[in-house]
Design a protein around this ligand. Structure first.
Ligand SMILES: Cc1cc2nc3c(=O)[nH]c(=O)nc-3n(C[C@H](O)[C@H](O)[C@H](O)COP(=O)(O)OP(=O)(O)OC[C@H]3O[C@@H](n4cnc5c(N)ncnc54)[C@H](O)[C@@H]3O)c2cc1C
Length: 355
């Protein structure tokens, strides 16, 4: 089996399973990001390559990867490694005003930079045209420009490969579960590493049920809400379940079912809702405005969070039990859906292969 670009093309790109995380970009001249998609420009003769080794959509034994990445496999089977689960928010309103939920992600990255736990971070900037891209940040102003969620997935991790980085620099990365998984693969692959993964010493993962495909969503939104600049997007909790889009001309609300056709195919086979390969995972707290759900997963994550709380940057509370149960349920449901989708794909492949 080819474990290079040819293998990646056969198993991911041609199967429409790529989620455009950016892990394979800027490593070689043959792959490029275009309009939210990864496109192959040329064939590659190598039997083995980093594009294949880093791709989160190439199947992997997650237990052993978790063990390699964290030193031991101490996973909770539903939620990955867990030290503590709580709800939290940034104390300074500057973060909360611009952020998606409690501003915990932005405030922690700012804190980590100020404390020199990291020298730079890779965040995601949602441009006015909705297409997200990785952005290296080193100060508060740049963190603020990246605050908030883009429900379109984009090649954030390309910025890690691009750098440029200084010799001893330490990097923090904020990303989706697929991007946190790609980082774990980068750190543990036997394929020659080269590049910046050894500099990454903090990963903050975002909860994610699914992300949307850029091109199809744009065509739909132009027709549905017009062409103005999108200032913020949000998805409200059930039973309302609306996709809310804040634009210069006001707030547009669409039923989430209208955007489901634009969910990336690659998200349908993803097992991870809570970014299990992170030091800290952050999501919203459904029904409690302005707070984030936080999972502390590693020494690094726990240490950073506790220091930030100790210095009054973050405040936390226990997560109510019904929210905790709901989170476990949602996480398990994503795994079940992925399992069914993968089984279905395998069945189709067997049918296609029959003479
Ligand atoms: C595609 C997507 C799906 C999500 N699905 C869920 C869900 O199902 N349930 C849930 O509870 N939470 C979900 N979230 C997470 C939630 O929207 C917030 O990101 C999270 O609560 C953190 O809020 P905050 O106020 O602390 O973050 P902020 O302080 O606002 O920081 C958010 C950070 O997210 C990063 N970011 C934004 N868009 C992207 C992107 N497309 N790719 C990578 N990084 C990005 C930015 O770099 C920014 O630093 C999702 C987020 C995304 C991007």
């Amino acid at each position: 089996m080819n474990r290079g670009l040819k293998g990646l093309e056969e198993r991911v790109l041609s199967q429409n399973l790529c989620i455009s995380c950016g892990a394979c970009l800027s490593l070689c001249p043959y792959l490029r990001s275009w309009q939210g998609r990864v496109v192959k420009l040329h064939d590659c003769g190598l039997d083995e390559g980093r594009c294949f080794a880093y791709c989160p959509r190439i199947d992997v034994d997650q237990g052993s990867l978790q063990g390699k990445a964290h030193g031991k496999d101490d996973r909770d089977v539903v939620m990955g490694p867990v030290r503590a689960i709580l709800m939290a928010r940034a104390k300074d309103p500057i973060w909360r005003q611009r952020a998606q939920s409690g501003g915990v992600v932005s405030a922690l990255i700012d804190f980590a930079l100020r404390k020199k736990a990291i020298d730079a971070a890779i965040l995601t900037l949602r441009d006015t045209d909705l297409l997200p891209k990785g952005r290296m940040v080193r100060n508060r102003e740049d963190i603020l420009t990246c605050a908030g969620s883009s429900y379109v997935s984009g090649p954030t991790l390309e910025a890690l490969h691009k750098g440029p980085w200084q010799e001893e620099e330490k990097i923090g990365v904020v990303g989706l579960p697929c991007q946190a998984l790609a980082l774990a693969k980068m750190g543990t692959t036997p394929v020659e590493k080269k590049g910046s993964i050894d500099k990454v010493n903090l990963v903050i993962g975002l909860f994610c049920t699914w992300a949307l495909e850029y091109e199809k969503l744009m065509v739909f939104l132009k027709k549905r809400v017009g062409e103005g600049c999108i200032e913020k997007m949000d998805i409200t909790s059930p039973p309302e379940r609306l996709f809310k889009i804040k634009m210069a001309d006001g707030l547009h609300s669409l039923p989430v079912d209208e955007i489901r056709p634009f969910i990336r195919n690659g998200c349908r086979v993803c097992f991870d809702m809570t970014a299990e390969f992170s030091d800290i995972s952050v999501g919203t707290v459904e029904g409690i405005e302005g707070w984030s759900t936080v999972i502390l997963r590693s020494d690094t994550g726990e240490d950073l969070f506790k220091k930030a709380e100790g210095e009054g940057i973050i405040e936390s509370r226990p997560l109510p039990e019904d929210h905790l149960n709901h989170l476990r349920e949602a996480s398990l449901l994503k795994k079940e859906r992925a399992f069914i989708a993968i089984k279905e794909r395998k069945k189709q492949q067997i049918i296609l292969q029959k003479p």
